[in-house]
Every structure is written in C-alpha cells, then in structure tokens.
Design a binder for this molecule. Sequence first.
Ligand SMILES: [Fe+2]
Length: 441
Amino acid sequence: MRHFSARGQALAALLALLACDRLPGVPQRRPAQAQTPALQPLVAGPWLLDPEAGRMTVAWLTQTPSVGRVWYGTVSPDRLATEEGPAVMEHRVILGSLQPQTQYRYRVEGSDDVFVFTSAPQSGVEGPVEVLVYGDNRTNSGDHALVARSAAGEHAQLALHTGDMVVDANEPDLWRVWFQEEHDHLATTPLVPTVGNHEITDNGVAYAKYFQHRDRPAYWSLDYGPLHIDVLDSFETAAGATPHSAGVSDAQKAWFEEDLRKVPKDRHVWVLVHQGPYSHPAHVRPGHGGSEAVRSAIAVGRLVHPIEVVFAGHEHFYERGEIDGLQYFVLGGGGAPLEDPDPSFPGVQTAQKALSYAMVEVCGCHARGVVKDIAGKVIDSFRLATCAAPCGAPAQEVLPPLAALEVPDAGAGDAGQRRRGRRRSRAEETSDAGVTESPPQ
Ligand SMILES: [Fe+2]
C-alpha cells in the first residue's frame, strides 16, 4: 500500500477534482472537441448512388446535422472523403479517383460496418456487367423485404429501380422501413431509380432528398460500360403530373432527344421509366396501362438512336413484350399488392402475377437475362441483343473480312461496331425472318 503525506493527499484531492467532469460550484468550460458536431449514428443507409466512371456517391441519414466522412480503399478503408458544405442530415459524400471495375471497401463515420462495392466500368468498355431491375415495393406486410432479400443475394453490380418505393412519400416511417428492408442490398449495389407516382405524393420532396441530383431534374442519363441508361420521369410535376396522371414536359422530351444524339451507335441504350409505353393489366384502373406521353417521347428518341429496351413498373406484375419493334418490360412485382396481367394482348410475350425481379447480363454486343421469383426460380428468360462475336473475344478474332471494311455499311459505320460485330436486336432478327416492322409509334 502506498502512503501519502497530508500535503500529498491535498494535491491528490485537487487533481481528482480537476479530473471530474463537473467541479461543484465552478462554471464548466466545454471541451474544445465539443464545439464541433458530434459523431452521429446513422438512422438510414448507407446507400450508393451515381456510379460513374471513377466515382461513387455514398448517401445516408443522421438524426441531427453533421459533416459526413467516409473512409474507403481497395484493401482497407484508409482514404478519407469529407462531405462538402455545411452540416446536414441527408448526407452525400463523393468517393473520387476510383479505379474502374474494382472492388472497394468503405465505412461511414458513425458506423463500424464495412461494406464492399464494385466501381463502375469506363464508358464503352465491353463488360460484362450484371444489372438488377426491380420496382414497385410500396409497403406491403413484408413482401418488399422478401424481394429485397432475394435481390441482395444476386450481388448485382448495378440496380435499376422502376419507381414506387413507398405508398405515401409524406410518411417518414414508411421510408424508414424501406431503407431498413433495402439496407443489405443498397449498401453494396448502387441504385439508379426513377420517380414513381407515389414519389410525388409529397411533390417529390423526399425523393429529391434521398436520390435526386441536387438542383437537377429527375430525368438524367448514365454511361456504364457498354450501357447508356436514360432515366425518364413519367410523373414530372413540372409537366402537371399528379399521383394519378402521368406527365412528360416538352423540355424533358427535348433533353432526351439531345442526350441520345451523343450516344455512340454501338452502345446498348436502355430507358428506365415508371409508367412505360405499354402495359396490359387484366383490370385497367384509371391512370394505368401504357402512357401516351412516354410513347411519344420514346418515338422521338428512336428516330435519333435505337432503343434496345424500356424497363418500367407501375403495374404490380411482370410483363415482357414487343410492340412496334420496341422491347419493353413491366417489372412491378417488387412487393406491392400483386395484380393480374393480361397475357393475351397482342405483343405480350409473357406475363405473370409474381413477386419478381430481373437480372440482365451485358457483355459487348450481347444482352440477355432472366426474371426470378423470390424463391430464386427462373420464371422467364430473354435475349435483348446478340451478334456473332462472343463476349470478351479478342479483337483480332472478331474483325470482319477486309472486304467488308472497304464497303461502307450504313448500319455499321461506327468503328466500334466493326470491331465487335454489329449488334442485332430482336426486332432486326424478326425483320430478317420476313415480318415487316411497323414504324415507331
Ligand atoms: Fe405507380
């Protein structure tokens, strides 16, 4: 046992008092570190957005404002990215200088969890890339959770969401549940969503906070390896859309047309939109079925660049078809109360009432996929584009004969197309078989 003198004991008592959090009767000075926003635990997220070549955005929510920080790296999360601007509750941190098509680990300050994502490939790179397409989750006694769990198990590189995440965007509790059910999926797979009619029940406020680019419309496009994805807003409030009626402005149509003019001819162009050009419910409700506004926009776009496929939702079932040479999907089996499709309608190739999602693989000039139910059973398979050149084949093996290079070919004028072999759509194959295509609608 150590012994202290009376003077030593007094000094020890003073030191003990100084070490206390509170000195009786003495006003407290706050420690210097308490002046900065305290670490905030996450109340939702993280989720990934905007997977562009060389960068990825990490988003999450905190209860009170703070400045977000994310550590990330290929081996361990040892690089730091700090949020720009003032302290906020809806966080967006951009991870920059990423190597293409590379796995990264990341951790958000306020959480000990480390997640992994794959960075985007460079624009024009052949792939392969694996893309999940799903939507219409709503809030339906756990059915959305079942779809989200199955989707997470696919470990897709990119997820396209056809819209309608919650029944009422005004309800924070519904968003909280949605983010909980999507957590494992969206922490590792970047999400590219489109606005559903349920996302404008609050005039799009929550959607803008959680997913939309700051100060930009909800329609935009993304280059991702062999893909060019145009995200259209079929419920554009600026065009007078309401939760019960679609609307597409002339400004959006003009943007779409201009956007397509810049896309190389050999790129797979996909359109993601909530209410698609065609859908065939067995019992049509007001505001459902195909959208004339979207058909019109797509018809203009197809004059500029071939559109390989349109992915939509809005109806709570799965439908795949081809009308006027346009391949389209309705992928609305993401959890909302299921409805009956009408598979007998001309142009409908298959339709099922099932909780479901699509997985599409794209590599070079090939694009093919399957649709699965929540048990993992394949309920449909399809091919969107194909060509003679195998995916990933060395360039010298797929070069056309020299004579072919010397003859101008209006359909394969792009150098990339010559290198890879021209992609052929299902419409072209049908046309070759003697069936006359109708002009775009
Ligand atoms: Fe909808």
